[in-house]
Design a binder for this molecule. Structure first.
Ligand SMILES: [Mg+2]
Length: 242
């Protein structure tokens, strides 16, 4: 793979909106297996200070997991793919009303994982993900089974992720999360710079571009999460960005 072009500098008045897994953190075999690299929290805090607090994490994980991984670091966290947002450091998370997951689907997902050794069911507040990183050959069969499960309904969608398939309600995504963040201080009036690595980041990348900012894909702009971290580190060494 050729080396990616050098990533752009931050535009004036930027807000940084960052995906977590695969963007700031290296992907792990399981969601619990991720590791926060030494130095990342300090880098993010320095950037947050320079951006007038306008630094948020936008992820599929629950807000509480982000705050456990990066305590006190982001000003705001949009979790559950836009389904829950904590807009300020001490604020309660605000939950978006979304269609509930049919209970029988959780049972079906558990049976599916049991039938494919090495696959892993990740329960989420609004849906679930089936991971097959440890059983890569199971991907097509899982996708067929989940597509059949969701066939004929309009409330939920099936989304491919890195070696995983996720079932989520319609009505919230990372794009609606970016729009919600940009409606409030300290993000309002700033140019969103969104960075993400996955299919679910495309909604946010589109919104960031439409709002006068930048939407950057990790593989294209940075190579990998280590490339993103190196770029963020270089930004902290630069001049004031507010
Ligand atoms: Mg990601």
């Amino acid at each position: 793979m050729p080396a990616p072009p050098p990533p752009p500098s931050l535009p004036p008045g930027a807000a940084l909106l960052l995906d977590l897994d695969g963007t700031l953190l290296d992907l792990a075999a399981t969601p619990d297996g991720v590791r926060v690299p030494e130095g990342l929290p300090a880098t993010l805090l320095a950037l947050r200070g320079r951006l007038g607090d306008a630094l948020a994490i936008v992820t599929g994980r629950p807000v509480a997991q982000v705050d456990a991984l990066l305590p006190g670091v982001p000003y705001a966290v949009a979790g559950e793919h836009g389904g829950a947002i904590r807009f300020a450091p001490a604020a309660e998370e605000e939950r978006v009303a979304l269609p509930p997951l049919p209970p029988s689907w959780r049972e079906a997902a558990a049976a599916l994982v049991a039938a494919h050794p090495g696959t892993l069911l990740e329960e989420k507040a609004r849906g679930f993900a089936v991971h097959y990183r440890l059983a890569p050959g199971a991907g097509p069969a899982l996708e067929r089974a989940l597509a059949a499960l969701l066939d004929g309904q309009a409330t939920h969608r099936l989304l491919p992720a890195h070696m995983a398939l996720e079932v989520r309600p319609r009505g919230a995504d990372k794009g609606t999360a970016v729009t919600a963040l940009l409606a409030r201080a300290p993000f309002a009036g700033r140019r969103p710079v969104y960075i993400g690595d996955d299919v679910t980041d495309e909604d946010a990348i589109r919104v960031a571009g439409a709002r006068g900012g930048l939407g950057l894909r990790v593989a294209e702009a940075f190579g990998d999460a280590a490339g993103v971290r190196a770029w963020l580190g270089r930004l902290t060494a630069g001049a004031s960005m507010t």
